[in-house]
Design a protein around this ligand. Sequence first.
Ligand code: NAD
Length: 503
Amino acid sequence: MATTIEEKEVTVFGEEEAKQLVNELRVAYDSGRTRSYSWRVAQLKNILRMCDDSEKEVVEALHKDLAKPELESTLYERDNTGGRQLANIGVLYLMKWGDAVVGSALQLGMIKNACKVALKELKNWIRPEKAKTSLTTFPSSAEIVSEPFGVILIISAWNYPFCRFMLSIDPVIGAIAAGNAVLLKPSELAPASSSLLAKLFAQYLDTCSIKVVEGAVSETSALLEQKWDKIMYTGNGRVGRIVMAAAAKHLTPVIMELGGKCPVVVDSDINLQVAVRRLIAGKWGCNNGQACISPDYILTTKDYAPKLVDALKTELEKFYGKNQLESKDLSRIVNSNHFARLSKLLEDEKVSGKIVYGGERDKDKLRIAPTILLDVLRDSLIMNEEIFGPLLPILTLNNIDESFNVINSGTKPLAAYIFTNNKKLKEKFVMSVSAGGIVINDTTIHMAVHTVPFGGVGESGMGSYHGKFSFDAFSHKKAVVYRSFTGDAALRYPPYTGFKLRM
Ligand code: NAD
C-alpha cells in the first residue's frame, strides 16, 4: 500500500485501495473501540513513547528533507512546553544558533506537550457540558455532548512534518482525543519524514484505527474520492480548493489550514535590537522562511527603514556569519521547483535594484541566503504571492497608520505582527486588522500557546486547532435536551382556540 520513495518501490494505490482502507477504518470506528476513554489514552501514551524513542530518527529525517539545523528541529519540531519553550527562546537569544550540544539537551517535544495536555484534560473535554434551558421548554434540562465525527482524513504539508502545532501529528492527536478513526496523508515533498511517520505509526499505534498513506497527487485524489466524516487539509489555497470541491460531493465538513502573506508592521517606538532578533527568528529561523506564519513582508516608515535595515544586517551577520549561503544554521529550499519560484521573484524587473542585503543563490545546493529588498512596489510579483522562503521585502510608508490600509486591502493573512510600544497603535492593530492570529512585539510564537486557537480566516483558512481546539475540531457538538412526562402543557396542542392564541 504505502510506497517508500527512497527505494522507488511503487505499489499502486488507487481508488479501490483507498476504498478498502476507508472501509477498514469504518469497521474499526463502528466497533466502538476508538470511542472508549481507555483506547484514546492508550494511543496518546503511545505517541508519547514514540517521541521518546525516535528523536534521533526524526532529526535525521528532517535533515534529509530540509537540511534543517538540529537546534531548529529541537525547538520547533520537538519542544514547546510552557517553561521549556521559554527556556528554548532564551537559549536562542543567548547562544549561537545550531549549537548541537544545547540542541540535543532539549528533550521534550511539542508533540509530547500536545499529548500531555490531552491526557491531562481528556476527562474534562469528554464530559457533557451542561446547558441552560428556557421557560418555553420548562421543565427540561440540556447538555452538549462531544461526539466523534467518525473517520477522519488529514492531509498535511511538508514544511513541519513532525511539528505539534501544525501539519501531521498535532491534528492526529486531536482526532484521537476526540475518539475518531484517522488516516494521515503526509506530504511527498518531505519523503524521509513521510516514510518515518508511516513506519512509526505502524509500530506504535493501533493500525486498525490509525493509518498512514504515503504518496502524492494521485494517492491523495484516490483518498478524496471516498466519503470521510471530516477532512483537515494543510497546504496552499489552490489545492485547498480541490480538497473542498471533493469534500462537497459528500457534504463532508473541512478544516482548511492555508497560507498567505503575513505582514509585520515596524513602528519607530521599539527596542530595535530585540525586535530585529525576533523578526529573524520568525523569518529565517523557521525553515528559512518556509513556514506558513513566517513574516512575509515588512511595513515601516520611509524615515525608519534605513535604521531597520542596518539592524537586520547586523543581527543576521551575528547569527549566520558573513557567508550565509554556507551557513549550517539555515535550512535549504525544499526542492528545485520552489527554488525556481523564489528565483523568479528575485528576477522580476520590478524588484531590480531593490536588493539591499543577500540575494546569493546556489542552485545545486538549493540554498538561498537571507535577502532583504527595500522600497518594494505593491505591484511587483513578490508582493502578489506568498513568498514562503528567505526573501523579505520592506514596503515604506509616509506614516505608520497607512499600514492598516495596506494589510486590509489584501487577502486576510494567517498571522499579522506589529512591533511598537505605542498603546493606541497596538489597540488599533488588534481591532482593525483581520488575521488568523496576531502577535504584538514578536513573531510566530502564538502557535506555542495551546490555550488560543490556531487557524486562518478568509483565504488563510477555516477552522482551528491546538489544545482543546483540536478536540473540538474533531468533535460534533450534539445538543441533547431531557424532558420527563410531567408538566405537559396543553397550550402547544390543537385545537388552537381563541384563548390559546391570546396567550
Ligand atoms: P504540499 O506541496 O506538501 O501539499 C500539501 C498536501 O496537498 C500534500 O499532502 C500533497 O500531497 C497534497 N496535494 C498536492 N497537490 C494536490 C492535488 N492536486 N490534489 C490533491 N492533493 C494534493 O504543501 P504546500 O501546499 O506547498 O505547502 C505550503 C503552503 O501550505 C503554504 O501556502 C503555507 O502557507 C501553507 N501552510 C499552512 C499551514 C497552516 O497551518 N495554516 C501550515 C503549513 C503550510
